[in-house]
Design a protein around this ligand. Structure first.
Ligand code: HEC
Ligand code: HEC
Length: 336
């Protein structure tokens, strides 16, 4: 995949600045509403958020035209009702092909400084090339997708409206990036509780105290407004990782089995869990942490047996369940 990216970088960064008087370009800004306690995400200079860009990105996100046989769209693996994740351990791509990682939630993706679980892609606006060209996902080429889109008149107009340019690797990836940056979720039961708008159950409150305690250390890694410190850690899932994680990118032994700490927002909706979807439910996740994980030289020192009682494990899960934001998964702006 990295080779492909290098090949396309010159095309992706190419941008012309001329605007002719008959241009269809519509620069009406898209107004994001930022939840309390969230910072404003930064936008790349070449991809300010406009209504035309978000609208185009949304259309592409739901359109199987980006796959080689026009059968699979981004939304096949990133479903709104599941917080833009999937309920399969490994989601099939075109012709039933299977990759090796669990489809990631796209919740609050605007805030990530690099994408994919191993941080292998430096920018959100470059990421869409990966699924479009990956043999196990959409198996197309972005140049062929561009040609195809340019044969459809109202698609062509939509691209001109958004970027004053035709469909191209640059505009396809940028518009998908623009749409995904609107996936902001900060209205969970827990957020409402923090704002004094509702109460949490006694179990969820006890679980919240455990989550933020030094007994569990959950919030040392899953920290801040988005429940991630964006670091790469080995959380002791295996003694021997078939997926090297961060080590695939750095080739350093010390990065073996390290994955980006995932957000826990909407976590109840995104089972199965971990990079390979190997843990079926939150009970298994909490058991994993309670047992302290497998021995591995790169395992983080915070992962160790926690001695939580059955009741405490149950309370921790009750807290994780409060991180669901139902307004996010029902937001009509994200619907097809
Ligand atoms: C066949 C299933 C599948 C399809 C189709 C698919 N994805 Fe994904 N997506 C995945 C998987 C699996 C990952 C995790 C990849 C990794 O971390 O290496 C992922 C990761 C991502 C990420 C990174 C998330 C993060 O937190 O780092 C983004 C962004 C993304 N996909 C967007 C898209 C877009 C846009 C499309 C359509 C052009 C798309 N995906 C199509 C399965 C899919
Ligand atoms: C040392 C840092 C660290 C600590 C401490 C930690 N986690 Fe994690 N957590 C991670 C990493 C890294 C992953 C992703 C691992 C992977 O993809 O294989 C993860 C994954 C998860 C997932 C699955 C997310 C998904 O989308 O698949 C859940 C749920 C979770 N952690 C909850 C917790 C809870 C609850 C605690 C406290 C008992 C905790 N974590 C403590 C680093 C940590």
């Amino acid at each position: 995949m990295r080779n492909l990216l290098l090949l396309f970088l010159p095309i992706l960064f190419f941008s012309s600045c001329q605007k002719d008087p008959k241009s269809l370009l519509d620069e009406t800004p898209y107004l994001l509403s930022i939840p309390n306690g969230f910072p404003t995400p930064s936008f790349p200079e070449d991809n300010e958020l406009t209504v035309a860009r978000v609208t185009l990105g949304k259309r592409l996100f739901y359109d199987p035209i980006l796959s080689v046989d026009s059968t699979i769209s981004c939304a096949n693996c990133h479903k709104q009702e599941l917080a833009f994740a999937d309920d399969q351990a490994i989601s099939p791509g075109v012709m039933g092909r299977k990759g090796f990682r669990n489809a990631t939630t796209l919740t609050n993706i605007a805030y990530l400084s690099y994408v994919n679980k191993d941080g292998g892609v430096p920018k959100l606006d470059l990421q869409p090339i990966v699924p479009i060209e990956d043999h196990d996902e959409m198996a197309f080429t972005i140049l062929e997708a561009s040609d195809l889109l340019n044969t459809i008149p109202d698609y062509r107009d939509a691209f001109l409206k958004a970027y004053d340019k035709e469909a191209s690797p640059f505009t396809i990836t940028r518009s998908l990036g623009a749409f995904m940056r609107t996936f902001i979720s900060g209205n969970s039961y827990y957020d409402q509780y923090k704002q004094g708008l509702n109460n949490l159950s006694a179990d969820a409150l006890a679980g919240m105290n455990l989550f933020f305690s030094e007994q569990t250390n959950c919030s040392s890694c899953h920290s801040g407004f988005n429940f991630t410190d964006n670091s790469f850690r080995n959380n002791g899932l295996y003694e021997d990782y078939s997926d090297w994680g961060r080590r695939r990118v750095t080739l350093l032994m010390e990065d073996d089995g390290k994955f980006r700490v995932p957000t826990l927002r909407n976590i109840a909706l995104t089972a199965p869990y971990m990079h390979d979807g190997s843990l079926a439910d939150l009970e298994m996740v909490v058991q994993h942490y309670n047992n302290g994980g497998s021995n591995h030289t790169a395992k983080d020192s915070l992962i160790r047996p926690l001695n939580l009682s059955e009741t405490e494990q149950h309370q921790l899960i009750a807290f994780l369940n409060t991180l669901t934001d139902t307004s996010f998964i029902h937001n009509p702006e994200f619907n097809q």
